[in-house]
Ligand binder design. Structure first.
Ligand code: TRP
Ligand code: SF4
Length: 369
């Protein structure tokens, strides 16, 4: 069982073997211009993504839904979702970004005004600063303020029972009812773009981390159960690997030592990266002789996920590390400069974006679809 609210580290191979997630690799060749994260295998799995490939190729309507739980600060791992949304925006998708204030209330105990504040100051500000276009096919809303979503959730709940929720999420008799209901809201987040009043059935993709897969399975089942009523097209999904934390475990906002936050000053981001765990050897001699291990290196991962857009340049760094021609000190200095530049630019963009972020929920308040 995968628990979307715990911090367990996921075994990606197992997901493919046991849960029926398909390797993304098999579809890569069908996309004209796949996202860097797809090419590099960071987006490693999917369900039913063929429908989305088709929509992109035929330039037909499709939707992307990916929510955020406003529970803490945004770290650099969270940037991956925004990068994908920007790519989808360029590829003609309708973008839906639910802010899961109902989920954070019942699963994390965060009050609604606080969730809204975090959503604006942290998430929306960063989404805009990272390059998401607020004026292009974007629907952003608080779950608690979207009546189409909450009504749909209630209708869908009629055909889901407690045994099923226990089996999927491990809920028991003492789980609070809000928490049990929260996944139904998420199901409605994902399916509501297909309602007649929102433009009717259309392929929909949900790009998420693998911890969210239980919600995806539930959504796909429910979509099929209501097929004759709403004519839903079963939604698709993609799964990305999580970035490793600075100390080698999970990167988590609740453990500041593991994370580079998007609001960190550039110098701090650089310092943090330079102190991260590497795949270097015990001594310089050993590293010169045997080379480093980029696969076990947080610094390399940061280059791979975020800092080096050119595949050729990235390969070069990889080989230099492996053959021992570049040592960690030099490599970290280079990566440190890159992250500092990136954060300087982001800091400027965040300052600009914060005003727009203040108003966007108000502007979108009446666009419920
Ligand atoms: N549960 C998600 C999280 O913890 C947030 C979320 C809410 C979501 N609605 C969604 C994700 C719809 C994908 C699609 O971050
Ligand atoms: Fe990591 Fe660079 Fe050291 Fe290789 S040389 S282990 S990529 S820091």
């Amino acid at each position: 069982m995968i628990d979307p609210w715990s911090s367990a580290i996921v075994n990606y191979e197992k997901l493919i073997e046991e849960f029926g997630i398909k390797p993304f690799q098999e579809l890569l060749g069908d996309l004209e211009d796949p996202h860097t994260l797809m090419r590099r295998g960071i987006i490693f799995g999917h369900r039913d993504y063929g429908k989305i490939v088709k929509a992109i190729r035929e330039k037909s309507k499709f939707a992307v839904v990916t929510g955020m739980m406003p529970s803490g600060k945004m770290h650099i791992g969270h940037k991956m979702i925004v990068d994908q949304l920007i790519w989808y925006q360029k590829n003609g998708a309708e973008i839906y970004i639910p802010i899961a204030d109902m989920e954070s209330y019942s699963a994390r105990g965060i009050e609604f005004p606080e969730a809204k504040r975090i959503a604006i100051e942290e998430y929306i500000t960063n989404y805009l600063a990272l390059g998401l276009d607020p004026d292009k096919n974007l629907h952003i809303y608080l779950q608690s303020e979207n009546k189409i979503v909450t009504d749909l959730a209630y209708k869908l709940a009629k055909r889901v029972n407690m045994n099923e929720m226990k089996a999927i999420y491990g809920f028991n008799g003492s789980t609070n009812i809000g928490h049990i209901y929260a996944p139904l809201i998420q199901v409605a987040d994902i399916l509501h773009p297909q309602l007649e009043e929102c433009g009717g059935p259309k392929p929909t993709v949900v790009p998420v981390g693998p911890d969210q897969d239980p919600h995806i399975r539930l959504t796909r089942d429910i979509a099929d159960r209501f097929h004759s009523k709403f004519h839903f097209i079963t939604p698709s999904s993609t799964y990305h690997r999580f970035i490793t934390g600075l100390t080698g475990g999970k990167m988590s906002s609740s453990q500041p030592k593991t994370a580079i936050f998007l609001s960190d000053p550039p110098e701090v981001a650089m310092k943090k990266l330079k102190s991260a765990k590497t795949g270097g050897r015990e001594s310089l001699e050993e590293q010169k002789e045997r080379g480093g291990v980029p696969e076990d290196c947080v610094v390399y991962e940061m280059l791979l996920y975020h800092l080096v857009p050119s595949d050729t340049r990235l390969k070069e760094i990889y080989h230099q590390c492996q053959e021992g021609s570049v040592m960690c000190g030099e490599c970290k200095a280079m990566a440190g400069e890159m992250i500092k530049d990136f954060f300087e630019d982001l800091q400027r963009k965040r300052e600009k974006a914060s005003k727009k972020a203040e108003t966007i929920l108000g502007e979108h308040k009446h666009i419920l679809c």
